[in-house]
Design a binder for this molecule. Structure first.
Ligand SMILES: [Zn+2]
Length: 289
């Protein structure tokens, strides 16, 4: 099954919801970065959240970037999503291995540590929107829930999960975001809180083969769930030799000249997808011209 996300409303539009299955895009990120299970889980969770958040943006060219920075061994990660289901991401340290946490789960919070999360929305305006929060647990879903409450003042529930196989490939990945509109009644809130309390682990649902539709039906089925949209999602990096060339052209002339004087071809790596671009001396001379 290919990755996709759905959007939905419930309780006469008092609730809006998103759910995603993201095994393939998480596995693609794992392969590109050769990441350990904990790091893969962190990337899968954040990319899944970012794709759903990206779909909340209005403009075709809008971009959402989430940077997580922590004092743990992984140091953090950066992911970027657009409004059309494309996402890419990279960890700062890809090979972190830690013992399981107290619940026997991959210790993503321990790998990231204490720190902050920046949510940057580039909507084609002069200045991007930047929301910053202190990490709550470093487990990603809790931090995004907190971000929505504090920075966007939208009460939300975020659940994200990545399940690794015994071979350390991605067996399942996915999650949901449920948000309350300002006119939501107390009755709906109470009922929803009880329902959410029943779902303690998204990973457990994924392990049982829950699709995005089934996840939202479990959580919101009693609220008159209405699925309004379905969209394919994928790991996609838009880098190219031309773009890297522009980046090289933006460094100072002296620096570029000293690279040329060294007489060695250079290799530039795209952080997001690990593609390597080679430039020989003639190409560098062309850029400096
Ligand atoms: Zn790339």
């Amino acid at each position: 099954m290919s990755d996709y996300m759905i959007r939905a409303t419930a309780a006469d539009k008092q609730i809006r919801a998103f759910a995603i299955t993201s095994r393939e895009l998480t596995e693609e990120a794992r392969k590109r970065h050769n990441s350990s299970p904990i790091v893969t889980a962190a990337m899968g969770r954040l990319m899944s959240g970012a794709v759903m958040m990206g779909s909340m943006m209005k403009g075709e060219k809008d971009l959402l970037t989430i940077q997580v920075k922590g004092d743990g061994p992984m140091r953090g990660l950066t992911v970027t999503a657009d409004a059309k289901g494309n996402v890419k991401g990279y960890p700062y340290v890809p090979d972190v291995v830690l013992p399981a946490n107290a619940m026997g789960k991959l210790d993503v919070g321990g790998a990231i540590g204490s720190g902050s999360m920046n949510v940057i929305k580039d909507m084609g305006l002069k200045e991007p929107y930047i929301g910053q929060i202190a990490l709550q647990t470093g487990e990603i879903a809790d931090d995004l829930t907190y971000y929505f409450a504090v920075s966007e003042q939208v009460p939300s529930s975020v659940g994200l999960g990545v399940l690794m196989s015994k071979e350390n490939t991605v067996a399942q990945a996915g999650g949901f975001i449920i948000q309350l509109m300002p006119f939501t009644t107390d009755e709906t809130i109470d009922k929803l809180e009880k329902k959410l309390a029943e779902v303690t682990s998204v990973t457990a649902l994924l392990a049982q083969g829950y699709t995005p539709e089934m996840i939202l039906d479990k959580l919101l089925g009693e609220f008159g769930l209405e699925i309004t949209d379905k969209m394919p999602v994928q790991f996609h990096c838009d880098c190219s030799k031309e773009r890297v060339e522009k980046a090289i052209a933006s460094i100072s002339k002296e620096e570029l000249q000293s690279i040329i004087d060294d007489g060695e071809p250079i290799e530039v790596n795209c952080d997001f997808c690990n593609t390597k671009y080679k430039f020989d001396i003639n190409e560098l001379k062309e850029i400096i011209r």
